[in-house]
Design a protein around this ligand. Structure first.
Ligand code: KMH
Ligand code: ZN
Length: 269
């Protein structure tokens, strides 16, 4: 099996400090958090940013400050969110790509998201994908339900692209694909040959999905965007606390933990 790529989604757009007091918000807090995650075994940091009041923002200057701070503090691969928050417009969501992070998330379909809708119609997918490729950014296809794998395939083939394909399965968002016993295996089985994939389970599904991904040869995403508890009734101390557990689980299963440069190599960055 490949060395285990651990992505930390440390900030997110939905979680608040009231729910998770260790949530990093400012550029310096995010950089410190990222450095701790790197030491604990992460090689990718999936980045959302917040404004001065802690609300999600796609402001390019705020993204730039966080990107610069992470780059100064670590050798992590920084993956911007192009999903933002459900209330963000298309133009707002695409703007930070100008900063040319190594990777960016790309959700290849519209899906219910709790009581809201995470809006990704075909023209938006096409526009975001084209912009990422123009700027040399590797998309991570964010898969909330199986049709999104087919949509990613379609756009990749239509454009006759040849870059490495990396998918991330996000399971257990209310309104999207649940973390059923066979969900990770099912999605992995329908992922194109030669692609890599990681998986994350939201909230109570997190450990089950993590175990399945490690056992099936995939990779793992963790962090406060997806889970705030370490175990039932006990909040995680930090994002690094969650990353460290995934790294231990990986090593126990015989997986080496990928450094950022090993991950660059695996993903063709
Ligand atoms: N906050 C969600 C609406 C992504 O980062 O690309 C979208 C999201 C996915 O978090
Ligand atoms: Zn995200």
């Amino acid at each position: 099996m490949q060395p285990l790529i651990i992505t930390c989604a440390g900030v997110g757009a939905e979680v608040t400090r009231a729910r998770q007091p260790a949530l990093p918000l400012t550029a310096s807090e995010i950089a410190e958090d990222a450095a701790q995650c790197r030491a604990a075994g992460a090689s990718i940091y999936h980045l959302h940013v917040r404004d001065g009041e802690g609300h999600p923002t796609m402001d390019v200057d705020v993204y730039n400050a966080a990107l610069t701070a992470i780059r100064d503090a670590t050798d992590l691969i920084v993956q911007f969110s192009s999903g933002g928050a459900v209330t963000d417009s298309e133009d707002v969501r695409i703007a930070p790509l100008d900063l040319q992070p190594e990777m960016a998330s790309l959700t290849t379909g519209t899906v219910n998201f709790g009581s809201e809708v995470f809006w990704n119609p075909p023209a938006l997918i096409e526009r975001f994908y084209r912009r990422m490729r123009e700027l040399g950014i590797l998309p991570e296809f964010e898969i909330f339900e199986p049709g999104m794998i087919a949509n990613a395939q379609l756009i990749y083939e239509e454009r006759a692209e040849s870059h490495h394909r990396h998918f991330d399965f996000v399971l257990g968002v209310p309104g999207a694909m649940p973390a059923w016993d066979d969900s990770v295996g099912y999605l992995a089985q329908h992922t194109p040959v030669g692609a890599t994939w990681s998986a994350t389970g939201i909230g109570r599904w997190h450990l089950m999905v993590t175990k399945a991904a490690i056992e099936l040869g995939g990779h793992v995403r963790t962090g406060f965007e997806d889970v705030v508890y370490f175990e039932r009734g006990r909040l995680a101390d930090s994002n690094a606390h969650l990353v460290g557990r995934v790294a231990r689980m990986g090593r126990d299963a015989g997986r080496e933990i990928a450094t950022p440069d090993m991950t660059r190599n695996l993903l063709g960055l």
